[in-house]
Design a protein around this ligand. Sequence first.
Ligand code: UTP
Length: 484
Amino acid sequence: MNVKELKHDEINTEHKSDKLLVEKVFTFGQGHVFKWWNELAASERGVLLNQLKLIDYDLLQSLIDKHVKESRLASPKTATLKPPGIIPVPQNDLQKTRASEAKEIGEGAIKAGKASVVTVAGGLGTRLGANRPKGTLPISPIMGKSIFQLHAEKILANMKRYDTVIPWYIMTSRNNDEMTRKFFEENHFFGLNTRDVSFFTQGVLPVIDFNGKLLMDSKSNIVTSPNGHGGTLSALREKGILSNMKERGIKHIFYHQVDNVLIKIVDPIYLGYHISEGAKMSPKVVQKTNPEEKVGIIGIRDGHLDTIEYSELGDEEKQALNPDGTLKFGMGSPAIYLLDVDFVEKINEGNITLPYHEAVKKVPCIGEDGNKVNPVENNAVKFEMFIFDALKHAGKSIIMEVVREDEFSPIKNEKGESSPDTARQNMINLFGRWLREAGIEIPKDENGNVEGVIEISPLYALNAEELKNKVNKDIAFNGELNLQ
Ligand code: UTP
């Protein structure tokens, strides 16, 4: 049975401030959230009011006006698009010499304690559907170490290698913050010092329906969603992380997404190029596998470095080739960036606000009758900021190409492409290549995958070079190798 919506003077509240809040909610056309007010217990009313207090109504209204009422106009066509200049994967002697010069500069900064790591782990992981923070997923091929443990061991290994401290800042969201912290506590921070690991939560925004109304998933609960990885930049300041970095003398941030199991978490060559060019925000790029690969690319759009989403590229641009046959707009973004602390500060202090992008999704909610609805069609709009929208404000950037198979294997889906299975296989294949470089024979199957299973802990070796110096070259691979 449908319940009649209440008027604002029918909502009884104890405090004057709550009354004002109720009026505000009605003024912004969201009074339907009080429909079940008379059925709610005092504690549930408290929960609802607390959520309503946290909403920035002016922002919400501007998003509704822009994205819903303007009937979602098509995004403006790109005026000009050019490929950016990149630092290629070193092939010749000159490029190799440059890379080793950059490495020295980067290593100097890391040893001097100027580098930190920011891992964004606030997403909901809807496609994976694992019902746990993605970072807690057991993933390493033999030991079943979690993604977080692999990242932690990489940081620990770099700290040992450079005899320094590399603070780690992990961005969570309201949905997974508690579980993430608990996971670290239960695992004794994987050997890291607790003072060098910090968690900070990003902002959330309400989710609305196609009429611009707040969605609810119970009679006292408003549906919210994290405000996107672009929310990192404001959260870094609001949650005191930038101050903490400055107190520690940190100048540079290695930024990456939690779900990339191959991430080279600290990369001195990348940092060296970034520093020597005076860059402020620098992306890594990987070659697109084919013109239709659904990945954003890095390009110069209307005179600014930018990320161009797959949907924004025209067919002609997707297919365009360089004289050597590679894709003209083929520099895919693996969402790996170096950011300078003073740049993040400038973004926060200046009048720069990252735009919100809308995502139309299926979101469980309650219907007019208060019963649960599990929609089969899209029913909701979420709003997210994207970190790459900061690129155009950087002024100076370097763009470094890396080999995808060495550095990028994200976990997005439960099965198939970009899944735990592909991530594990890509790790095994990478370790196989390192072992081959050390002179150990590792067989491949017809798809080029290692025949067998290999795990190399970051604490044993962080790359092919370290492995070569350490491993017993007389090992005969019998299908399983576990180096911890
Ligand atoms: P994705 O956009 O792939 O989202 O985020 P997701 O949450 O992992 O998965 P889906 O889309 O719900 O299936 C890429 C990275 O950015 C982080 C995620 O945690 C992931 O590391 N992220 C995303 C945030 O930290 N906050 C957000 O609001 C969104």
